[in-house]
Design a protein around this ligand. Structure first.
Ligand code: SF4
Length: 372
């Protein structure tokens, strides 16, 4: 049998190798995996970690994903929708504080009023953030769910920055039965895995850097499922990957099914990040805030295991507590500037530097569109 040291030096991995790496718990083997993932990230992407200022501008959602704390049927959460001026001010703050990019996230809505609102917000953010430092304006990542190709195209145009245009749409799990279990409340069939893949293909067509990801440690999920998730990342030819531990949420329909014990969940999540980095070295990969919900230095550990993006929450504090997709979400009370210092410290402690005033686009995407 190959040793962990032998496996991590490979550039091609069998399913058996992947599952072996995902399952390591021995302290020495864990360190070999972590170091290899960190080195591979640095070798392919350089030493910088990029900020994406996260603005959660509305928790109104028309859907009912069973794992989610802000699903439509949870009537205990007060709903909010930020005004355009508040969103634009947060974006301008990000640009002025060295963030090259922001991420706009909200519950899923497809009505024309919402689509037009997003267009208006994007046009204004672009207009207000073009500067000498950011000649194309802020990089924009959208995380607004499944939409039609026409809507993706309209938003892409409004964002005004084709070299910093990104979309995050997780497929959550490549196991179709588990996907249905997560998304289909009794009597409903709101989402389908094939439809999700079709939406990702449309994002590619509309010119976005395409990001997706999964939840780690779902009830009933196996290591084979996680291995298949990594194969799906490869098949989809993703530019960005965002994944995090599955944490139960008050108000979610799946609360009663429980979650993995925290230490084991953290280990599995970090293993998944590290293995993904070894298999796909040139994608941008975010250290999820959910890692921090499990352990104080969770995001720092994510960076140490191969992540190169963090998403500081710059949503106005007054509404932040109402965007809890999972329990114990951190940084609910912090001001964006406090979070900045904290993150910079985390990044520097992990041996990397913050990439300020740059778009920090995915090397995978840059190669794909032949910009490098
Ligand atoms: S995961 Fe997204 S689409 Fe699903 S209920 Fe939550 S906010 Fe809505």
């Amino acid at each position: 049998m190959k040793s962990i040291q032998e496996i991590v030096t490979q550039t091609e991995f069998s399913d058996e190798d992947i599952i072996r790496l995902l399952s390591v718990t021995d302290k020495n083997e864990v360190e070999i995996l972590r170091q290899a993932a960190f080195d591979r990230a640095t070798e392919h992407l350089g030493n910088q970690v990029y900020y994406r200022g996260l603005i959660e501008f509305s928790n109104i959602c028309t859907l009912d994903c069973r794992y989610c704390g802000i699903r439509k049927s949870n009537h205990d959460v007060p709903r909010y929708e930020l005004e355009k001026d508040h969103i634009v001010s947060a974006a301008v703050w990000a640009a002025e504080n060295g963030y090259g990019s922001i991420c706009l996230q909200a519950g899923e809505r497809r009505d024309p009023k919402f689509v037009d609102f997003v267009i208006d917000v994007l046009e204004t953010i672009h207009e207000k953030t073009v500067s000498e430092t950011l000649p194309n304006g802020l990089g924009i990542t959208l995380s607004l769910g499944e939409q039609t190709l026409e809507v993706y195209e309209a938003w892409a145009k409004a964002a005004g920055n084709p070299v910093g245009l990104r979309y995050l749409l997780r497929f959550e799990t490549s196991n179709p039965d588990l996907f249905d279990h997560l998304h289909c409340a009794p009597g409903k069939h709101e989402k389908g895995l094939e439809r999700r893949y079709a939406a990702l293909a449309n994002l590619r067509k509309a010119g976005y850097q395409v990001g997706s990801g999964v939840m780690i440690g779902l009830p009933g999920q196996t290591l084979e499922d996680l291995c298949k998730d990594i194969r799906t990342f490869q098949k989809l030819d993703l530019d960005m990957i965002g994944m995090g531990p599955y944490i139960t949420s008050a108000g979610a329909d799946m609360l009663g099914e429980g979650m993995m014990e925290k230490k084991a969940l953290m280990r599995l999540s970090l293993n998944m990040i590290a293995v993904t980095r070894l298999v796909i070295p040139d994608v941008n990969m975010a250290a999820a805030t959910a890692l921090h919900a499990l352990e104080e230095d969770g995001r720092e550990q994510g960076i140490r295991h191969g992540c190169n993006v963090v998403m500081p929450n710059i949503t106005p504090r007054i509404v932040r507590k109402n965007y809890q997709l999972y329990a114990n979400k951190p940084f609910i009370e912090q001001e964006p500037s406090d979070s900045n210092h904290y993150l910079q410290n985390c990044i520097e402690k992990s041996g990397r530097t913050v990439g300020l005033n740059v778009l920090g686009s995915s090397v995978h995407w840059l190669k794909r569109v032949k910009k490098i």
